[in-house]
Design a protein around this ligand. Structure first.
Ligand code: ZN
Length: 605
């Protein structure tokens, strides 16, 4: 503007003024004769012809839910597309089946405006957040995500029983939410957006990587829990009021230390003043509040003694990865902010960037056994594919700091994917057999992989961006021998590994994740299964309902007869993963206060 000549400025200003004056005059003239104006309007609109409302007007349905807002326990109105909510609370992927026999019905305007305290509210809340979580990941994955079972819809029972508990039951294709009594009030875990999106995330991850839920390994089980907790953070960051409050409280500084010292104190205060709901809404958020560093497997105690220590229980160990994820989110947020983007927008951008990164890392990551460093490597290479490595330094730094992946290992991985052999996906691959031939004739020789266990095609798909993900699996069968296995001694266990190839829209190989079963996997699984047996969480039959299973101490392992014909008697017994993921909700308000206080103290010292 400074190079403009002064007379041009004057002309500009002059012409703008005259247009403004002209408009003002015209408007005044119109207003000066109101009766004429009304007559004109009625002349042009006087008709009895039927008029369609705009599509916007009837494509949205209102629902009342508890948004994932850990700081406010008030229900709010949200919108759903009519395509995602049909009569009886059902859509193409989700349906409510309340064991209490109640069915929420829409009001005369088609809306579901139930308030907390009614079973219908719990149904709507569980339905809304399950659908929301699935749609969020489909947006990040750029494809329709299947369930792990052969049915298009997952069932949700918001009143499945009376324990402070929720679960994902693959066998029964069910998300179950228990009710419990708190200070003379009956609450359902389905009222918590955190709990619902956590359970929905188990089902979503199982749909993408169903072998994780077959594994006894600590890495896979802990990643399942971490993925679910991370999901609650991503869903929460879709809540405008939450984002504004976080930024206000922290002055835009979302670093862990600020969180622990500043936000924790406010939370403790609010939890004290709260009515019990608050503890529900803060359940999983707590898992991002940590500064855990990785520890060698053998140094981890089996059962948790102090909540501030990691142990071999999957919920406990998962917090290490959730904490790292949170640090990366903050790192990306700060990078975007430093580019001059407003804090509020930067957080939205960081959320979607890392959400997509997470989803692509899962799609391109290990198929079976894994440890956190495997998924850390895939984060790095997906950042490379999606964002030209913009966040590589942040990701590298966080994973190194947390002790998950050293900087030198990260560099070696980046070097490896940058120097992959030129390998193109032949357009002729449209069958299982073609995929097996491609692997044997081209992939393995080009990559120099000498697979110890035979790799078998598992799945393939191309997303809306044109990226192709092709997976193969391998299996190793071990026998559990020794008195530590008690009556299950001699049982066999399958351990699964695999290979994932990712090709870009030009069909060029961009990432390889070869993760066979290792001797260390086997060693750890021997230890973990013995611990499960000693703990009494291995059962010898599958319960018909998840409720019966729950009464049996939430089984983790299932002892079954191998149905394969021709097996010798002593080889016929197998230990498999119990097909339900249980989440216990033991936290009381006081526990949460205590937890935050301890973290605050620890972060100050
Ligand atoms: Zn869980």
């Amino acid at each position: 503007m400074t190079d403009k000549k002064p007379d041009e400025h004057e002309i500009d200003n002059h012409s703008r003024r005259s247009i403004y004056n002209m408009m003002q005059k015209l408007q005044e003239q119109v207003r000066s004769n109101i009766p004429a104006m009304i007559t004109q309007r009625s002349l042009s609109s006087f008709t009895l012809a039927e008029e369609e409302p705009s599509s916007q007007a009837h494509e949205q349905v209102l629902v009342v839910v508890y948004p994932q807002d850990p700081f406010v326990g008030e229900p709010e109105v949200r919108r759903m597309s009519v395509n995602d909510i049909r009569s009886g609370l059902v859509n193409g992927r989700v349906k409510i089946e309340d064991s209490r026999g109640v069915v929420a019905v829409p009001d005369e305007n088609g809306n579901y405006m139930y308030l907390p305290g009614t079973p219908e509210f719990d149904q709507v809340n569980a339905f809304y957040y399950t659908t929301f979580t699935l749609r969020m990941y489909e947006r990040y994955a750029k494809r329709s995500i299947p369930w792990a079972f052969a049915a298009s819809r997952i069932r949700i029972d918001p009143h499945v029983g009376n324990n402070a508990n929720a679960f994902y039951d693959e066998q029964n294709q069910l998300l179950g939410f228990h009710t419990f009594t708190y200070e003379d009030r009956e609450l359902s875990t389905a009222q918590s957006a955190d709990i619902v999106s956590h359970e929905a995330a188990h089902a979503i991850l199982d749909g993408i990587r169903d072998l994780y839920n077959e594994s006894f390994g600590l890495g896979t089980r802990a990643f399942h829990e971490s993925f679910s907790d991370i999901t609650t953070v991503l869903v929460a960051l879709h809540d405008d009021s939450l984002i504004r409050r976080l930024l206000k409280w922290t002055n835009g500084n979302l670093r862990m230390t600020t969180f622990v010292s500043e936000v924790a104190e406010r939370l403790v205060q609010l939890v004290k003043e709260g009515d019990g709901y608050l503890s529900e809404h803060t359940l999983y958020l707590r898992n991002a509040f940590n500064q855990f560093k990785a520890k060698p497997f053998d140094e981890l105690p089996f059962t948790p003694l102090d909540p501030l220590e990691l142990c071999r229980q999957e919920h406990s160990y998962s917090r290490l990865f959730s904490g790292a994820f949170y640090d990366i989110l903050v790192g990306i947020y700060e990078r975007i902010k430093d580019e001059g983007v407003a804090e509020y927008i930067a957080l939205y951008k960081a959320r979607d960037l890392i959400g997509q990164l997470l989803m692509m890392a899962v799609e391109a990551g290990p198929v079976g056994e894994m440890t956190f460093d495997d998924i850390a490597r895939t984060f790095l290479s997906m950042d490379d594919v999606l964002y030209q490595g913009q966040n590589n330094e942040i990701i590298k730094h966080v994973f190194a700091e947390r002790g998950i992946l050293s900087e030198s290992d990260a560099d070696a991985h980046i070097d490896y994917v940058h120097n992959l052999p030129v390998l193109r996906l032949p357009s002729s691959i449209n069958s299982w057999l073609a995929s097996a031939q491609f692997l044997e004739n081209e992939v393995l020789p080009a990559l120099g992989i000498n697979a110890i266990d035979e790799l078998t095609p598992l799945s393939t798909h191309r997303n809306a961006d044109g990226n192709v993900f092709m997976t193969y699996f391998s299996s190793r069968n071990i026998r559990l021998q020794g008195e530590q296995y008690g009556k299950f001694a001699g049982t066999r266990v399958d351990i699964l590994g695999g290979l994932t190839l990712m090709f870009d829209a030009d069909d060029r190989l961009r990432n390889v994740c070869y993760r066979p079963v290792t001797d260390e996997d086997i060693r750890q699984i021997r230890i973990l299964t013995a611990e499960m047996i000693q703990l009494g969480t291995v059962v010898d039959h599958l319960f018909v309902s998840s409720l019966d299973a729950l009464r049996q101490q939430m089984p983790q392992g299932l002892f079954i007869m191998d149905s394969l014909p021709g097996k010798l008697h002593e080889e016929a017994y197998k230990l498999v993963k119990y097909p339900v993921i249980f989440d216990v909700i033991p936290e009381k308000t006081a526990d949460f206060e205590d937890y935050l206080n301890k973290w605050s103290e620890k972060s100050r010292s």
